[in-house]
Structure formats: structure tokens, C-alpha cells
Design a protein around this ligand. Sequence first.
Ligand code: AHR
Length: 514
Amino acid sequence: MTRYLLAILLCLGAGSLSARQVQVHINADQGGPTINKNIYGHFAEHLGRCIYGGFYVGDDNTEIPNTNGVRNDVVEALKDLKVPVLRWPGGCFADTYHWMDGIGPKEDRPTIVNQWWGGVTEDNSFGTHDFLNMCEMLDAEPYLAANVGSGEVKELADWVQYVNHDGTSPMADLRRENGREEPWQVTYWGVGNEMWGCGGNMTPEYYANLYKQYATFMTDWSNSSNLFRIASGANVADYHWTEVLMRDIPKHLIEGVALHSYSFVEWNEKGPATGFSEAQYFSTMETALRMEELVTRHSTIMDKYDPEKRIALVVDEWGGWYNVEEGTNPGFLYQQNTMRDAMIAGTTLNIFNNHADRVRMANLAQTINVLQAVILTEDEKMLLTPTYHVMKMYNVHQDATLLPLSISSGAQYEFEGKSLPAVSGSASVNEEGAIHISLVNIDADEAQEVTVNLRGTDNKKVSGTILKAANLTDHNTFDNPDKVQPVAYKDFKRKGESMTLQLPPFSVVVLKVE
Ligand code: AHR
């Protein structure tokens, strides 16, 4: 009996000794679905300094280098990032936006008050042509979010005709009058935004009916089944919302269902974006990692009604949300971006990659100067945030084939009696046969030793990139824009089919095996 107890104690001891030994298994010869590049999408709302001052500085601006008013430095940075799709003009703003206010000569455009974001005057100088031409510059697909909450069916039907109709029609003629001959052929359309809240405080049953009406009149002028209609989706864990949309909307009227979920400390006490405590970091990561459960459970409901997985889950708003920077307009949602945000980005993108069978688009909120931005600007200055660097390191997964990856891990990030899985990962193989493995260690204090067992490939050459910093709160500023930047990663040893790597605390690594 005593010997038996001793054996158990020894086993338990051995377990805790190996607690930080993480085993990752990847089967390189068992490809899964394609990781849709649109998972790496972005979102730009008429909110604070995202559009005005962020993307667009005015056609007559002579201080900041621009093309038709769009900042050249921003275009260059976003092209490097390979932004596949960009959602616009909101957000809550979308359900107050009347697209006709933003076409024609700029001096004739009416002004409106931005009722959701700071009550500022919107002069409509950045409208449909400005956005769609900018998407062409960025080589990004546009995703237009239409006004359902305070709009009309005809208004949306006309918008589709205006941007997509090739022949003679009232809207195509108007587009030509406004200087654009060819249609832009916009594929992605959101039918309202957050219809359970700022889009009109609707029940899902009411919205499902309204959705059917709007979607029916969205004509695919290209006749190539090009329209991809996305229903306004659930707020976080509102599974009933998804259930009703999937149950009530006929499949020929819908291509995507959205989901919104943000990461924060506490919704009513968000805390600072930079000087946060470890407790605040831990809570933020708890909400960020919840994305796994959200995506799994919303997908399970979708599977029930759409087992062929024809309808995409579109996470068209995600990211970290904190208090605004001191002295800035509370309605502008301007926040700094630290290694905490890099952790949110790395873990969330791993979740999306691993659910690529159902998640086929996601849009980080928001591209410039708002929430978890990839770019911050201050007059003529621009900086790239830690989130930018993670998105760029991960863009190797765009349109690659997902490889099944499992993590058998005793490694937990423990804090004040609570714990979270410390390591997350995803892997893919691209058309050239190169394998990319992205790994994140969210532990604020402990490094992890990770053994990657990679079978089913003859690829031998390994290289890597790492994003790490001295402190979790480290971030880039206009005075020190390169403080947090990726560097080459060499801290690994290869032995046969396995590789052992050291992952520093709060770091993101992307390996290439070719
Ligand atoms: O991204 C900021 C806001 O968050 C969006 O306008 C809205 O859709 C969400 O509540």
C-alpha cells in the first residue's frame, strides 16, 4: 500500500516537473481546409481618427504625402501587411450612414452629426468612390456594411447597383457622371451591424425577417453569383441569435453570419491600454481565449442547419478594448497598443486558423487610431504597433492549407489561483510546400520549452521570427517607434522529426520549415 502511494506521489512529482514541457504534434501530410486569407481582414469605421487623419487627410493636403487624400505611408504599410479585405463604413456608424451623402462634388455633400462617436460633424468628404478607390490602391477587397437600422431597402438595392452594375441603369449612369466608368464589383456586403444593439435593438426573429427583405433586393448584377451577403451576427455568446438566423433565413439568401467579440478587463472598468497590472492582463487574456469557445459553439449551431459548411462565420469585429488615452475624446476610442495586444492577436489568429473550415473572414477592430489598431498616426507621423507585427508575421498563413496541430500541454499560465493554457499554435503548408508554424506563449513570467514533432514531411531547413519585449506593457511611440519589432529567431534545436524551442514569456514565434 505504502509503495503504491509512493508510486502515485512520484508520478505526480514527475508531472509537475515536466509542467513546462509542451509537446506539439503536426501531421504535415494531413492537410485540412484552406485558411481563407480574409481571416486577416481589417475594419475601418467613421470613428475618431480612423478615416479622417488616419487613412484620409483631404485631397488638398500638401503637408502629408497622399494620393487623392489617402496617406501614402499608410498605403505602403498596409500593402506590406497584405490586407485582404477591409470593412467600411461601420460599425454603429453604418446604420446611420446614407451612402448618397458621400458621392458627387465634395463641396456639395451634406454634413451629418456622428451620433455614435463623439457627436462630431461628418462632412462626407470620404465616401463610396474614395473608399473603393482606396481599396484598389491597397489591393484589398472592399466589404461594405449597409444601413438597415435607419435606411431603406431601396437605398441598399441602389448602392449595389451603383457600385456593381456594368450596363445602362439609373445608378450606373450616376456613377459614371461622378467620374467612374467601370463598376468596382463589390462582393462582400453586410446587411446591417449589431442589429441587437446600435443597429436598432431588434430581436433575432424581427431581424431575420428584415434581413430576408433586404437580401432579396440585393441583385447580383454580375450574374456570376458574386454577392456575399453577411447577416449581422451575435453579440459574443448569444447563441440564440445565431440559431434563429440559421433557422429562419433560406440558404439561397445568405452567405455569411457575423459574430462580434472584444477582449477587455471588465466592460465597465476597462483599465488603461498601457500601464496595466498583471491581474488586468490575465483578465484580458481570459476574454481573448474565450474566442475558442465562441467559435466552436456558434459553429456547432451552424453545422446543424448547414452541415456542408456553405455559410461562413464572419468575425467582423474583434480585438482589445481599453480606456482611451488621457486627454483624448472618449468617443474616439484612441488607445495605445502593447505586447498584451500582440498576445491577443497571436492567440486569436491561431483560433481562427484552426477553425478555418467555418471561419472564413474576420476583421480586426480597427485599422488606424481606434481600438486594437495596427497603425497609429499623429499629424505627419505614423507608427506600426505590436499588433501590426503579429498580423504581418502571420500573413504567411493566408490561403495556405491548414495542418492539424495538437498541443499536449501541462503548461499553464497561473495567476492568483486561476490558470489559462500558456501555449497556443497553428500550422499551415503553402503552395510551394513551405510549412509555417505560429506559436504564442502568453505566460507573463515563465518561458516554455516546446517540442514540435513534425511528421509527414521531408522539409529540413528551419528559420523563424520572434516578437518579444522586456515588459508586457512595452509599446511603440512616436519618439521610439521601433521599440517593439520582430527579430530573427534562432532559439531552437532540430533533431530528426522534432524541434525543441524556447519560447520567452509573452512572445510570438513564426517558424518556416522548407
Ligand atoms: O468598433 C467599435 C464599435 O464596436 C462598433 O461601431 C460597433 O459595431 C461595436 O459595438
